[in-house]
Structure formats: C-alpha cells, structure tokens
Design a protein around this ligand. Structure first.
Ligand code: HEM
Length: 436
C-alpha cells in the first residue's frame, strides 16, 4: 500500500487534515478546488450536508448520504438541478445563440427524472450493448497502442495534451463512427459543453463557448442525417435508429437524439481523459504503485481492481448537481424545497467509514466495487464499461512500454481546471524511458 497524502491524522491514525474552518471557506476557492481532500474531510466530520453560501449549494459529503440521494431520484432531481446550473446566469442568451446558429437548443434528455428518464435511458442503452462494447475493444486497443508507440522514443510529453486528451478523443470518435475529425476541435467542443455546468463561466466565456457548441451541433446533425439514410455499425446509428426494447416502437425525437449523441461525445470525453491523466499522475508520483502494476500487467483480475482503486482515490467527476423537489432531511440538515445540492462523489470515495485509510491506494480492499466514481442509482454512468476498458488497456499497455515515468513539473505547479464538477489537470509534463 502507498500513502497518497500525509497531512494530520484521523481517529484511526490514518492521514487526514481537517484544514480550515468550514464557515470561512467555499468550494469555489481555486486553492480548495485544486486540493480538496482536507475540505471534504472537514465536512464529513463536522457538517456532512454543508451549505456553501458562496456557491449557493448544499454539499453532500458522506457516502451514506450519497446512497440516500441515489435511492430517491424524484426528491433529488437531476432534471431540475441540471437546468438550474446549466448555462449559469446567462442561460437565456446562451439558448438564443444556439437556436440562431446551432440548429436549435436541444435540452439534455438524459439529464432528467423518472419516468421520462426511464424511457430515454432504455433507448440510450441501445448504443451500449454487450455487442457494441465487445466489438469496440480491439479497435480501442489499437488506438491506445499506436498512441503510446508514437510517443515512446520522445521520452517526454504533456500527459494531458499529448496523451490523455487525444487518446480519449480518438476512442470516442471510433465509438461514434466519426472517421475524419480534428481532435483539437473536439477537445474545444468538449470544454465548451462542460463549462456550462462549471458554475465558473463569465459572459465572454459563455459567448465563446456557445459559438463552439453551435459548431459541434451542426457537425453532429450532418453525421446523423447521413446515418438516417445509411445506417452503419456505430453509436450514432444506434441512437438514430433506437427502438424501445418493449416493442412499443417509441423512438427518440430528433432533438432527444441530438442531445444524446452530444452527451456521449462529451460525457465520455473529459471524464475518461481526466482518468487517464490521473493514472499517469499516480504512476509518476508513486513508484511503488507503478511497480505493482508492472508486476501484474498480465493479471486481468489485478488490472480490474487497479482501475477501480484508481477511480476511487482520484475520481474524475468531483460533484454533480441535484435539486431538492421537497423539504427533506439529509445527514441531519433540513434542505428546503428548491435548494441546489452537489453530490460530492469524490468525498464519498474517501469516507473512512466505508474505505478505511482512504488515502491509501490499496487494490486489496474488500469493498473496492462500492466506490462511486460512476455515481449510483438510475443515473449511474451509462458508459462505465467502456471507460473501465479504456483505462485498463491504457494502464496495461503503458506499463509494458514505459519505465521511469516522472513528473517534469513540481506537484505544486500543476494547474486544475476551475470547476466544481470535475477535478481536471490542465497540463502534466512528464518524462519516461522505453522499457527494456
Ligand atoms: C472515467 C470515465 C467516466 C466517469 C468518471 C464518469 C462518471 C459519471 C458519473 C459520476 C455519472 C453520474 C451522473 C449523476 O450522478 O448525475 C455519469 C453519468 C453518465 N455518463 Fe459517465 N463517466 C465516465 C465515462 C463515460 C463514458 C465513456 C460515457 C459515454 C461514452 C459516459 C456517459 C455518461 C452518461 C450519458 C451519463 C448520464 C447517465 C444518466 O443520467 O442516466 N460516461 N458518468
């Protein structure tokens, strides 16, 4: 086992620092966003459902309270929560730009509540069948291996810009069936969409982001029209031709289909790229973990556990929003109807009541599968099999080819994207050598 953080100690003697007084802090503080563990620990200990006044949200920090949110998707509404945070204070202007220049404003159909969500989710799952995932595995492996091989002799790269982001974009475009794409453009589109739930966007950024989202939608609509005429073996065709498994023939409307294809492109992009960057960060800063991976690179069971523990200790998605649709008590706090909440998956994943010594990277944990990096309940990540596969193949193929992976930057100098939704490194310069 290797310790990832060594500040202070909790009552079991494990490393935790309860940090600053909660009342004076906010999750919007860039320093806390970058290094949130002490803040999460303070909340779990002293104010488990904590009202962050500057953010205007109740932060749900304990594992058991997250489970209660997962179990009641009507009281804790994704649809209302998403609508509230989406686009921020400039929403109407944002919507008008998309209607004018982006083929329309297509609300995110999957970001909704039962019973509507149940129908959409079933139709979306037709793009994530075992057949589709299995068929993609060799193609995904080839993309990843080609990328690693292309960098190996360079001996250095930015693990975010040269590695994690382009690999993920290639994989997602492979899934969607997009042959000719500009990966820089796809990356910019992705940032533009995720900025809408960052709670950190100013007006100029909104206008710029809206322009990119228009471009993205126009591109996707053209590809959808092609598949309407001529279906292929890809996810865009799966969605365009989705039929209800109940045999009632109900398909997606065109705006729903656009929103789902856009969601697949974006939800699977930033999150998985962040997971790959986190993988490299751990390998570069924890040589004993790199050694464990090297020793077990052909053990599929070990690799599955490794991926799970990696996602537990460094979850790409920090927190996603909900709205309370009635007055409700959670974790000893009364949340009034209409309040915004943030499910802190990252905090749940290091709750010491569920994961003892939570900052220890330990692939032998008995309850490793309980981690919540993919959320839970009816909104649990629809792309998790693909994401796990991509991370596993990358870990296995990378460790077989690279040795001595080291940071080429001081840990304190790593910049994180300002977002309450994800914890994403902007750059990660590393050095490495070809494995003998
Ligand atoms: C490591 C990578 C990934 C992480 C950490 C991740 C995380 C999550 C989380 C936490 C949720 C729950 C949302 C909530 O509670 O409101 C979610 C939902 C979702 N994810 Fe992922 N995801 C990843 C990869 C992917 C991929 C590869 C795809 C698609 C190809 C994808 C598509 C989606 C979609 C569409 C939803 C919404 C599901 C629903 O509300 O029913 N994700 N993801």
């Amino acid at each position: 086992m290797a310790s990832v953080q060594t500040e202070g100690q909790d009552k079991t003697g494990c490393p935790v620092d309860h940090g600053k007084v909660l009342a004076e802090s906010t999750l919007k503080d860039p320093a806390i966003l970058a290094h949130p563990n002490a803040y999460y620990a303070a909340m779990r200990a002293d104010s488990p459902v904590h009202y962050d006044a500057k953010l205007g949200m109740y932060l749900v920090s304990r594992y058991e309270d997250l489970q209660k949110v997962f179990a009641d998707p009507v009281t804790f509404s994704v649809g209302e929560g998403f609508k509230y945070i989406y686009g921020g204070e400039y929403f109407e202007e944002f919507k008008a730009i998309l209607e004018r220049n982006g083929g329309g404003f297509f609300p995110d159909a999957i970001m909704s509540d039962p019973p509507y969500h149940t129908r959409i989710r079933k139709l979306m799952e037709s793009a994530f069948t075992a057949h589709r995932v299995k068929e993609l595995e060799p193609r995904i492996a080839k993309v990843i291996v080609d990328f690693i091989d292309g960098l190996t002799d360079k001996g250095r790269c930015d693990a975010v810009e040269d590695f994690a982001v382009p690999i993920t974009i290639h994989v997602i475009c492979e899934q969607l069936g997009l042959d000719h794409f500009d990966s820089k453009k796809v990356s910019r589109w992705s940032q533009a969409v995720t900025a809408q739930i960052s709670a950190m966007q100013d007006r100029d950024q909104m206008v710029e982001n809206a322009k990119h989202i228009c471009d993205l939608q126009n591109y996707l609509i053209d590809r959808m029209r092609e598949r309407e005429r001529d279906p292929r073996e890809d996810m865009i065709s799966d969605i365009v031709h989705a039929r209800s498994p109940d045999g009632d023939g109900s398909a997606l409307t065109f705006p729903e289909a656009v929103s789902l294809i856009r969601a697949i492109m974006i939800a699977g992009n930033d999150t998985t790229a962040t997971a790959l960057s986190n993988l490299i960060f751990i390998l570069a800063t924890q040589p004993e973990i790199a050694q464990q991976l090297k020793d077990n690179a052909d053990d599929d069971r070990f690799l599955n556990r490794f991926v799970e523990e990696m996602l537990r200790i460094e979850p790409p998605v920090r927190g996603l929003s909900r709205m309370a649709t009635r007055d409700v008590e959670l974790g000893g706090t009364l949340i009034p109807k209409g309040s915004m909440m943030l499910n802190l998956y990252a905090s749940g994943n290091e709750d010491p009541n569920v994961f003892p010594c939570p900052r220890d990277f330990d692939v032998t944990r008995l309850n490793i599968g309980r981690q919540v990096a993919f959320g839970g309940g009816v909104h649990r990540c629809v792309g998790l099999a693909l994401a796990r596969m991509e991370i596993k193949i990358t870990a296995r193929e990378l460790i077989k080819r690279w040795d001595d992976i080291k940071l080429d930057i001081a840990v304190e100098d790593i910049d994180y994207l300002p977002s309450v939704a994800t914890r994403t490194m902007q750059h990660l310069p590393i050095t490495f050598s070809r494995r003998a």
